[in-house]
Design a protein around this ligand. Sequence first.
Ligand code: SER
Length: 586
Amino acid sequence: MKAIEVRNKFLKFFEENGHKVIESAPLIPEDDSSVLFNIAGMQPLKPYLMGKKHPDGVRLTDYQKCLRTNDIEEVGDNNHLTYFEMLGNWSLGDYFKEESIQMTFDFLTKELGIPIEKLSVTVFAGDEDCERDDLTASCWKKAGILPDQIYYYGKEHNWWIAGEEGPCGSDTEIYYDTGKVACGHDCQPSCDCGKYVEIWNNVFMEFYKHKDGHYTKLNQHNVDTGLGLERITFILQGKETPFDTEIFKPVMDKLTELAANDILVSKRIVAEHMRASIMIISDGGKPSNVDRGYVLRKLIRRMVRHMNKLQISLDELSSLLELNIKTLSELYPALEGNKELIITTVIDEKNKFIQTLEKGKREFHKAVEKARKEDNSKIDGLVVFKLYETYGFPPELTKELAEEAGMMVDTKEFDVLFKQHQEKSRAGAGQKFKGGLSDASPETIAYHTATHLLNAALKVIVGPEVKQKGSNITSERMRFDFKCNHKLTNLEKQQVEDLVNKWIQEGLNVTMTEMSKDEALKSGAECVFIEKYPDVVKVYAIGDVSKEICGGPHVSNTSELGTFIIQKEEASSAGVRRIKAILRKE
Ligand code: SER
């Protein structure tokens, strides 16, 4: 079964079980500053797991584009991927353990035809925060899982939370036995020898973990599940790794054809990082030296470096990208439309990297000479850091080069320096994006107020279901992303523009009131992403046309804005439209 068929089967199964199919959010979350990329299907659903009413009901299902880079060093083995797709189903205060487990079991055994003996499950063993999950174990037994294939573990395996704070709970994980010989008599699902592959995780989200570490019960019990598409696909196809499936195979085969050697790990890194870069760029990512831009830069640069290792000419990059985009477009048709952008972005970054690589290598060799003269087998952390800061050398690249030269690097010193650097740039970013603005000039403030008016106008003209997904403001223009399933008609665009200008001409006062988050929501104030805000929030009202929770700042009267002009309305990502607009002062 191909990945696309698995995805369709999954969504259909849950739809038939009363779930509404919702769209994947973009890989880059525009409203959640707690993560650089969506790392799980639950990420965009956080407000609803915490009690906000979802417009599509209490049973949802989707596929979500995800990226996790904590294991980037592991890519190249049989299992690890940075980009992956997570199939998920959710109960928002509706069904709980019994029904969730039954559906998971039925989907795996009946729809996908996996034999019961191949499945093991893990269950939370209990601790001071939450008792042992006997109910889950008995639900598995009732469904048909063999009793000796149920394992109990503590929080390190069977507890799920995104980050340090947020909705969380015990989970039960489903493992597939690959049939490989056990590595020892105590080989269990928790073992990473490769015999067991985790395929699905059902989280029973009943708690909220607070910043200080204490837990409180959520008002509703939720189910959040995640099934890795690439993993289930290679298992169903009887393959050993995702690289052997149609998702990667065409690119892997092409790399084999082009390479002068057979370094499998490098081929996998090239194919994997290329796919991840394509997905990030298609959802709006750009290489840079901070945050998600740096992740993308790192992926592209590692990819280039491993192409070098394989001795594949970098002139092949563009045709490899084309092939990869073509292969992926079966799962993500929108990629074809972004082909030019993706290829240009990767090629530009590759060119930048080549230039700095040469300079950096010279510096690196100087450092090696110096260390050798001093009879030192370790390269200074400061050198590693300088190579990173000045030449964009990812530290693991320096480490690899050092290993090739028979040297080690002082990673501890590097880690300290890197942490300081990150703190500095984070503080910088915090300042920069205060209130969502790139600066606090009168122009950007005017644009900020204009986004509120645009948000309100879209709701009047297009419909109340329009929901802001993000905004980006500079002193010269504004960009506003919103959830909407259709391209705006010319008439809609005109009416929206006219309505905003009408409100500007009316000279509406902009007022701010501080209140509790609850009060703010009760008063009907709009908010983009509630848990991002503190307990006491500012609510900005513009006449009686708009009310939003917002950090400000804003103009005091709409007459200060000038004329509002929509320049462009376009797709931003699936189900999300983008308006670019300017304000003209007469
Ligand atoms: N949030 C859980 C996970 O990422 C289940 O979807 O594994």
